[in-house]
Write a protein that binds this ligand. Structure first.
Ligand code: SF4
Ligand code: MSK
Length: 666
């Protein structure tokens, strides 16, 4: 029978492997996505299974008016409850990662691990200053201990507010206070979310959704920000590094070890261990020329940002990496790991190694990891890979030529530094460029890639359109991996694709028009940048009202929903692309997220399946923000330095609904 192939990935190398896999009868997420159509009831938020009188599915033409579950819950209650549970799960995932980081910092501070140390004491001191911890005369490890203990309070404080809430602009915080969404602590908000959505508790959709925002703030300004900061302190604050991406990073004559998942602690230890002379000698004794480390998904972003370790791609590349036949071991920890890789690995020689006490997969090898014995575990993992090298079958599809150059490592600290050097670092040049219309606005193109679409395709199309229209793109998570593999993270991309204003800015600083800012948890860096831009002046004096939009064009994870909510609550309109809205079943819930949130917080959530609409909607938000700020109207190639200075009355108007753009749902 003739084999017919439909485009599954927008990444050429990925596509070659998928096509080859299909010809070999190998099943991947792409084929499973074709077979497993989403349930239309669950997909739109109309299915409730929070008690065993159900599951209740509210379907039919009158479901919105008349549909009721056995308990009497209507579709808005059900859709809002389902949504809050997604936010709680996403917040829990990021924040548990943050907790691990805080516990590692505590172990360092208390001298209970020899395998990690404080690599960026200056950043530790900056964190201590934010946390009101005096540092004078103290040893670095004592400061680390105090900072860790202070941040651990963010997990189970009963009342009060997150330590890092004070990093947000005052006006943003005032909105949180007014609407009662200032998060108290991570565990408390997540537990309350699960309580409220338990059968028979919170039924008012607006009330439920306010708690979704509150819970998400515990992620963005809590768990994720803690994770980013501590990772920088322990492993180094990123600054630009050159590296390579895509499947061509695997080497035929070396042991290939892949780190996949999220938490950087084990991956950092593996980075150290692979260059130990004894380990290299051991690899040589098995016939390999050396050891080659590569990343996958968000762990890839962590080790790429700090060490230039090459990335083999994002979420949808994990099975394809194994199908190169060159991966001797893939070490995974938590989050976004498809259980399918274990089954698939049996068709090759790859060992899948689980490492977290929270995450087991049947059929995988388990090497327990904890921060107290990090290098010991790392050595075990690398030895498993080396021992497995002679078992290579060469059965895979090796894409030799594909290896894109890239520049990553744009921490918020570096973004500030690059705008003026050590002595004059600030956000002034960026704010000025936006005010003058050289940069029309900023878009965060972030989140997962998705096998239900031509994977990474929406990322690529949207980024090229935005930069052509002088919109600076920042990226994190698997989107960042997608741009890396596509070869978009280079200064040449500005020359070839950016509009004249953005090109000028990128050339003046020597940066790509798409800035890789890290992993999923590093979306917190974007919050920090937005706060710094507000503090710098000339644009909005809060995060809301900035010419900035967040987009998750191919999202799939509950974490993406949590991220979007903390941006919306902080004042950023967020647009989801790809699949159906998870609250499509309820016009009331959709209206709350689109319009009510925008009036209250200047941020909102939108769901648009058509990428053209995603683009036009984002530009509309940006241009309306420019108009409300009385900035020069964006015209390609025509820049000015002039701006209409705003008086206090005009500033007050920014936050009023009368100043909001007409972007309501029809
Ligand atoms: Fe059905 Fe109500 Fe139970 Fe949900 S809580 S499953 S709507 S009876
Ligand atoms: S790994 S949450 S697929 S970005 Fe952070 Fe990628 Fe999405 Fe996972």
């Amino acid at each position: 029978m003739e084999h017919k192939h439909k485009i599954k990935s927008a990444n050429e190398a990925a596509e070659k492997i998928i096509e080859w896999g299909e010809s070999q009868g190998l099943i991947t997420c792409f084929e499973r996505a074709e077979k497993m159509k989403p349930c239309p009831i669950g997909e739109s938020g109309a299915c409730c299974k929070v008690c065993h009188m159900g599951p209740c599915r509210l379907v039919g033409p009158n479901a919105e008016q008349d549909g009721r579950g056995v308990c009497g819950a209507n579709v808005s209650t059900i859709a809002a409850r389902n949504f809050l549970r997604m936010v709680a799960a996403g917040t829990a995932a990021h924040s548990d990662h943050g907790r691990s980081m805080a516990l590692t910092l505590l172990a360092v501070g208390e001298g209970k691990t020899k395998d990690f140390e404080v690599k960026d004491p200056e950043k530790l001191n900056r964190m201590a200053a934010i946390l009101d911890i005096p540092v004078d005369g103290k040893e670095v490890n004592d400061i680390a201990r105090e900072v860790a203990l202070k941040l651990l309070e963010d997990f189970n404080r009963i009342d009060g507010e997150l330590n890092y809430a004070k990093r947000a602009p005052q006006k943003t915080r005032d909105r949180w206070k007014k609407w009662g969404i200032g998060a108290r602590s991570i565990d408390r908000e997540v537990v309350e979310a699960m309580h409220r959505t338990n059968m028979g508790v919170d039924h008012d959709p607006d009330h439920i959704l306010l708690h979704a925002l509150k819970t998400s703030l515990a992620d963005g300004w809590g768990g994720s920000m803690i994770s980013t900061d501590i990772s920088d302190v322990l492993f180094g604050t990123p600054k630009p590094v050159q590296a390579k991406a895509s499947f061509g990073i695997f080497k035929e004559d070396e042991v290939n070890v892949v780190v996949h998942g999220h938490e950087p602690t084990l991956a950092e230890s593996i980075v150290d261990v692979v260059s130990e002379p004894e380990m290299i000698e051991y690899a040589k004794s098995k016939g390999a020329k050396g050891i080659n480390l590569g990343g996958m998904c968000c762990t890839a972003n962590e080790v790429l940002m700090r060490h230039g370790i090459p990335t083999s791609g994002g979420f949808t590349n994990q099975e394809l990496g194994i199908m190169t036949g060159l991966v001797d071991a893939i070490s995974v920890d938590v989050q976004c790991i498809m259980p399918a890789i274990v089954e698939l690995s049996k068709k090759f020689h790859t060992k899948v190694i689980t490492t977290s006490e929270k995450a087991a997969t049947q059929g995988a090898v388990h090497v327990p990891f904890d921060e107290h014995h990090a290098k010991e575990s790392a050595r075990k993992i690398v030895r498993i890979a080396i021992d497995n090298f002679p078992n290579r079958t060469k059965k895979g599809k090796y894409v030799e030529s594909d290896k894109s150059p890239l520049i990553a490592g744009f921490s918020h600290e570096y973004i500030e530094y690059m705008q003026g050097g050590k002595w004059r670092a600030s956000f002034r040049p960026l704010n000025d460029a936006i005010m003058a219309g050289r940069v029309r606005g900023i878009v965060g193109l972030v989140g997962c890639d998705n096998p239900r679409l031509p994977a990474t395709g929406y990322f690529k199309t949207l980024a090229l359109e935005f930069i052509k229209q002088d919109v600076l793109v920042v990226t994190t998570g698997c989107g960042a991996n997608a741009y890396a593999a596509a070869g978009f993270l280079t200064p040449e991309t500005a020359r070839e694709h950016a509009g004249p204003g953005l090109q000028e800015v990128c050339e003046a600083i020597g940066i790509p028009p798409i800035l890789h800012m890290g992993s999923c948890v590093d979306n917190s860096r974007i919050l920090t940048v937005a706060s710094a831009m507000a503090a710098e002046g000339g644009l909005s004096d809060e995060i809301g009202g900035m010419p900035a939009v967040g987009i998750a064009p191919e999202w799939m994870s509950e974490k993406a929903i949590a991220i979007a909510c903390y941006f919306a609550a902080s004042g950023v309109p967020v647009i989801f692309g790809g699949g159906q809205s998870p609250v499509a079943a309820s016009k009331e819930v959709t209206n709350i997220m689109t319009n009510v949130w925008y009036e209250r917080f200047m941020g909102c959530l939108r769901f648009e399946q058509d990428p053209e609409k995603v683009l036009s909607l984002a530009l509309e938000y940006i241009d309306n923000a420019r108009a409300n700020l009385k900035l020069k109207k964006y015209e390609p190639g025509r820049f000015g330095t002039e701006r209409v200075l705003m008086d206090m009355a005009a500033r007050r108007d920014i936050g009023k609904s009368s100043a909001k753009p007409h972007l309501g749902i029809q």
